[in-house]
Design a protein around this ligand. Structure first.
Ligand SMILES: [Zn+2]
Length: 163
């Protein structure tokens, strides 16, 4: 029997003392702060998937089918919701694939998930690399160019400035 004040986090299933461990009280349940944020984030991303697919598929958009597919991929394939969303961005935004073959759902995901993950990992590498360059490169100088240089002192050559 659980002790008084002991609750079960609905996300990770662990028991904890609600007066001792920081938690979020939501709809009569107690969540670890981290667990609650994770769930919330997933809900937000899931909405983004629906939004994106609704826009792409128009009338053929089938939210029930997509919801079932998300559930299947996250449990059976162990995909993350963010990963699924990225796979769809990769397929439709990067690869410009034709949504008319989607049959109202996101059945393409298992075929592109790894490619998309590789693509975004590489992109991240490039971003990190670019950030390093930004950091080490000297600041760009601003040159003020006068429209009409008049009366330059004798003996001084004007060297065209590179821009
Ligand atoms: Zn938890």
């Amino acid at each position: 029997m659980p002790k008084k004040g002991q609750v079960k986090c609905p996300v990770c299933g662990q028991m904890f003392m609600k007066d001792e461990i920081p938690n979020k009280h939501f709809k009569n349940r107690y969540y670890h702060i981290d667990c609650f944020e994770k769930v919330n984030k997933n809900e937000i991303v899931k909405e983004k998937i629906y939004e994106k697919m609704r826009r792409l598929l128009g009338d053929s958009f089938n939210q029930n089918r997509i919801a079932a597919q998300i559930k299947k991929y996250t449990t059976e394939n162990n995909y993350s919701i963010v990963g699924i969303y990225r796979a769809l961005c990769y397929w439709y935004d990067v690869k410009n694939s034709d949504p008319s073959r989607a049959k109202g759902g996101i059945g393409i995901v298992p075929f592109i998930y790894q490619d998309a993950a590789d693509y975004y990992a590489q992109l991240e590498q490039i971003n990190i690399y670019n950030k390093t360059i930004d950091y080490t490169e000297p600041k760009e100088r601003t040159y003020v160019i006068h429209p009409k240089p008049i009366g330059r002192p004798r003996g001084i050559k004007l060297i065209p400035m590179k821009r």
